[in-house]
Design a protein around this ligand. Structure first.
Ligand code: FES
Length: 196
């Protein structure tokens, strides 16, 4: 199925091909079962599930845009607003909270100077609360850009992670590989290439 005309294409040819491949995994009348995968593909490329992404996927899946938005807004892995280059999703569910998760949250907020749901002024970090990440025994835990899991995060480990990500961002800036819009949808604030 090809709905987008060349002049209105929002995503790359590769992204459309991936979405089409996901859709072929289901009978045509069940193609909406591929919607979550399609949202992930689009988010990896655009950085967030923007209104344009929602409307584009609604066309592809022949659904009302609100039906696509309902899926995107249900799962915390999807960014319904622009996020920084690194989205840090810290688990704040009870088992983690009882094992220094609350302490980790306070440390991150202080270190980054932001609260949950906020992005640092330099566009590098967005801090969000996460539901259980399935790694309760390793608390405190967080996901970087939905894909990189970090565990046993005491204050020293959190500081090391922030320093590591800052260095990574500076490295790609120096290499000239951060010119795309990335997670924020803002020019010059790039994604890290492993999606989010
Ligand atoms: S409660 Fe935090 S990973 Fe399960």
């Amino acid at each position: 199925m090809t709905v987008a005309s060349p002049e209105t294409r929002l995503l790359s040819d590769q992204a459309y091909a991936l979405i089409e491949r996901e859709m072929t995994k289901f009978p045509p009348e069940r193609k909406r079962s591929a919607l979550i995968a399609a949202l992930a593909i689009a988010q990896d490329e655009i950085g967030w599930t923007s209104r344009e992404v929602i409307e584009e996927l609604a066309r592809w899946f022949e659904l009302p845009p609100i039906a696509v938005y309902e899926v995107a807004s249900f799962y915390t892995l999807f960014n319904t607003r622009p996020v920084g280059r690194y989205k840090l999703s810290l688990c704040t569910n009870l088992p983690c909270a009882l094992h220094d998760g609350t302490k980790a949250a306070e440390h991150l907020k202080q270190r980054l100077g932001i609260g949950f749901g906020e992005t640092t002024p330099d566009g590098l970090f967005t801090l969000v609360e996460s539901e259980c990440l399935g790694s309760c025994g390793d608390a405190p835990v967080l996901l970087v850009n939905n894909k990189r899991m970090r565990s046993f995060l005491d204050n020293a480990a959190l500081d090391a992670l922030i320093d590591e990500l800052r260095a990574e961002a500076q490295g790609s800036a120096a290499a000239g590989t951060d010119g795309h819009s990335g997670a924020t949808g803002q020019p010059g604030v790039a994604g890290d290439g492993d999606g989010r």
